[in-house]
Unconditional design. Structure first.
Length: 493
């Protein structure tokens, strides 16, 4: 029988201050004067939490640009190895030439002369790249044009970074300071200008904010736009399906699905009809791509010495993804309390990252905002980020080793260790999120009695379909957990 337990989310409570609840945040705050005292008053200054987080994100983005200076000055243009040894590689200047933007070719319509016939990116990302190319002045100095193209793209991506930070800070009304996890994430600064992933990440974060405000159609529209820029945002619809199924919110889910489909078709249909071969290139490339850097498939292939064909990797990855989604579905429908939306969203995107044929360093951007909302705990977040930074450095040193004649850099065994570290770091964060779902009294977001601040219509909704243990509500929270005891959304005094 379904559980008819209903949570009543708390309203109009004070903003949560992390330095009073998180030991790592409190220790880190010593750099700026220490934890907030009992007489601190928030919201009385022009520097509101959201504005502070946006400024910090902009500052970290700028530091990431500074880190690329050796490449901007010379390493992108004078040999291959230097851009790896300085860990400042970016696809952006190379694809300005490699995908015909420097020659004025129109993406998807004009055929390329290299191994790839058309631009291999989704349509909205292709539009983003083309707009930056149109803003890049013509000239005889190709190096200067590549530098300018990277700078224009960086300026546009900076806007995406600011939108991302603001949306994360505003998603949980009472926890705006959790946005600092995104703004201060080391991997965010290091990978923001490697590729164009921040566009899809920003649109996805807007979608999550819209859902948290109960705007189902707007959520769907932004998810559709994000999926038109990168494939991974579509998986959020799967996570939402499970939660709406459990809560019986079919009308809201239908509106989200309609908005997503409509927005995706509105962006893709013109190119699909006018340049079908170019439009298919992204999907063809994804299917035919060999196993590549960072993936478990490359690790297995290199360790065993047996090549893994794209077809084998595709089938194996699809089966593992289906298995993971089945496990997530069972978790969503049998957990003692309905999981929070961002918890399930993080798990499904992380599963896709773990089984994918390739893991480029910038893919960590897909997970950072979801991780900050799913498990806003500085210790766990920094452990995961440390693994990702190690992988970021290792892949460039490995490429330096494989491209330099004197074999300077990280050898294959060291790179394999970094891949395993990345996989274990992501699995670790998944594990703590699953633990929070199974023991909601350990979820720091719910310890004050909140239900699902990012859940929109799901926040405080009663269950109409559950399975297993969820059909028998927990009688009380674990007594050994520090902090307030939580029983189905209500904090005991």
């Amino acid at each position: 029988m379904p559980s008819l337990q209903k949570t009543t989310p708390p309203r109009d409570r004070a903003v949560v201050c992390p330095t009073r609840r998180d030991d790592v945040a409190a220790a880190g705050s010593e750099l700026i004067g220490g934890p907030a005292g009992r007489f601190a008053r928030f919201g009385t200054s022009a520097l509101t939490p959201v504005r502070v987080i946006a400024l910090v994100a902009i500052g970290m983005f700028a530091l990431g640009m500074v880190q690329k200076v050796p490449c901007y000055d010379w390493a992108w243009f004078r040999g291959t190895t230097s851009q790896y040894t300085h860990a400042c590689y970016s696809d952006i200047p190379h694809l300005f030439v490699g995908r015909g933007f420097s020659e004025g070719l129109i993406p998807y319509f004009d055929r390329l002369s290299g191994d790839i016939e058309f631009l291999e990116y989704p349509v909205l990302t292709g539009l983003f790249m083309e707009v930056a190319a149109l803003l890049t002045p013509d000239g005889a100095d190709l190096m200067h044009r590549e530098q300018t193209y990277w700078m224009i793209n960086s300026a546009m991506l900076l806007v995406c970074a600011a939108v991302l930070a603001v949306c994360v800070a505003r998603t949980h009304r009472r926890r705006p300071w959790d946005g600092l996890l995104v703004a201060l994430a080391p991997a965010f600064a290091l990978t923001a200008t490697i590729n164009w992933d921040l566009l899809a990440v920003a649109l996805t974060s807007v979608a999550v904010l819209m859902w948290s405000r109960g705007r189902s159609l707007a959520f769907g529209i932004f998810i559709g736009l994000a999926t038109a820029a990168k494939l991974y945002p579509v998986f959020l619809l799967g996570a939402l399906l499970l939660l709406c199924w459990r809560a019986g919110k079919w009308r809201e889910y239908g509106a989200a699905l309609l908005g997503a489909g409509g927005a995706w078709f509105a962006v893709n249909l013109p190119v699909m009809l006018l340049a079908p071969e170019g439009w298919k290139q992204f999907y063809t490339f994804s299917q035919e791509r060999n196993v590549d850097f960072g993936s478990v498939w490359l690790l297995l292939s290199q360790r065993t010495g047996e090549p893994i064909t794209p077809e084998t990797a595709n089938v194996s990855a699809a089966l593992l993804m289906l298995l993971a989604c089945g496990g997530i579905a069972a978790l969503a429908l049998t957990a003692p309390r309905r999981p929070r939306f961002v918890q399930l969203a993080f798990l499904v995107v992380a599963a896709f990252v773990l089984v994918n044929k390739v893991y480029s360093p910038q893919y960590v951007l897909w997970l950072i905002p979801l991780a900050a909302l799913a498990r806003p705990r500085w210790r766990d977040f920094l452990i995961w980020q440390a693994c990702e930074v190690m992988y970021f450095l290792s892949i460039w040193m490995y490429l330096a080793f494989t491209t330099s004649g004197n074999k300077q850099g990280l050898p294959t065994d060291g790179y394999h260790f970094a891949v395993v570290l990345h996989l274990l770091g992501t699995l670790f964060f998944c594990a703590v999120v699953v633990r929070d779902i199974l023991a909601p009294e350990r979820d720091v977001v719910r310890q004050d009695g909140s239900d699902d601040p990012s859940g929109g219509v799901l926040d405080g909704a009663e269950d109409v379909f559950v399975m297993g243990r969820a059909a028998h509500p927990a009688r009380h929270a674990a007594s050994m957990v520090e902090g307030p005891r939580v029983e189905w959304g209500m904090a005991r005094e």
